[in-house]
Design a protein around this ligand. Structure first.
Ligand code: ADP
Ligand code: MG
Length: 227
């Protein structure tokens, strides 16, 4: 069971409405992701990377084909099951998506807010623990605006990990960073993946970060090419 792929994508097609018709942006994707591995999906802007990631993360409704995430089929899944699947996935975006009105620790606590078993105190403890593992606990009581771009992305990594997900999906996590901070962020993603056994799917068009990958896949015009 544990050697089963963590994510399976089967004959996945996706189209968006455009004008009076549709534009197909994914043309039959088939992919297996191994547990604990870091897979980078490369491709030019507009090739369908974000669409693929959103479909895997159950953020977009499946139209055609199937995806299985950690043993759960997305096809035909109830809204309740889809919420559960989403909560077991950590997301990291191009820009950090932190809320400016609350401090770093509270931002990291947000994904725990819907969990009835978590108290205010255990939530804060858990957030601080993850902030320590990503090396930024000393910033916990600051508002995000006082942090550098790289530090904010570290906080976003902590927030993605706070629920102990089996899978982290990262959409262009270095795109708004300079080269040095970008490298630090992907090195951290790699370190966390390897120490926690988290499977990472990272999409990017930044070829300076490819060395952290266990596997590199190219997406061109909605079709895959393996390296
Ligand atoms: P990438 O992340 O590789 O840049 P996307 O998955 O964001 O690619 O987009 C793939 C194609 O689908 C692009 O041509 C984009 O314009 C189009 N697209 C993306 N989202 C939408 C949407 N919500 N409605 C219509 N077209 C979209
Ligand atoms: Mg994109």
């Amino acid at each position: 069971m544990e050697t089963d792929p963590i994510i399976k994508v089967r004959n996945l097609h996706h189209k968006y409405r455009e004008g009076d018709g549709f534009k197909e942006v994914l043309h039959g994707i088939n992919l297996d992701f191994e547990r604990g591995s870091i897979v980078i999906i490369m491709g030019p802007s507009g090739s369908g990377k974000s669409t693929l990631l959103k479909l895997i993360g159950a953020q977009l409704t499946l139209q055609s084909g199937n995806i299985e995430v950690a043993g759960h089929k997305l096809e035909g899944a109830s809204p309740k099951m889809l919420r559960k699947i989403r909560r077991d996935i950590g997301f990291i975006f191009q820009s950090h998506h932190l809320l400016g009105s609350i401090n770093v620790c509270q931002n990291v606590q947000l994904p725990l807010a819907f969990d009835e078993r978590v108290t205010a105190e255990s939530s804060r403890e858990r957030a601080l623990e993850v902030l320590r593992t990503v090396g930024i606990a000393d910033q916990a009581w600051k508002k995000p605006a006082h942090l550098s771009g790289g530090q904010k992305q570290r906080v976003a990594i902590a927030r993605a990990l706070v629920r102990n997900p089996a899978i982290v999906l990262a959409d262009e996590p270095t795109a708004s960073l300079d080269e040095k901070s970008g490298r630090e962020v992907v090195q951290l993603i790699k370190k966390m993946s390897k120490s926690l056994g988290v499977s990472v799917v990272l999409v990017t068009h930044d070829n300076r970060i490819l060395d952290i990958a266990d596997r590199i896949i190219h997406l061109v015009d909605g079709r895959l090419k393996e390296e």
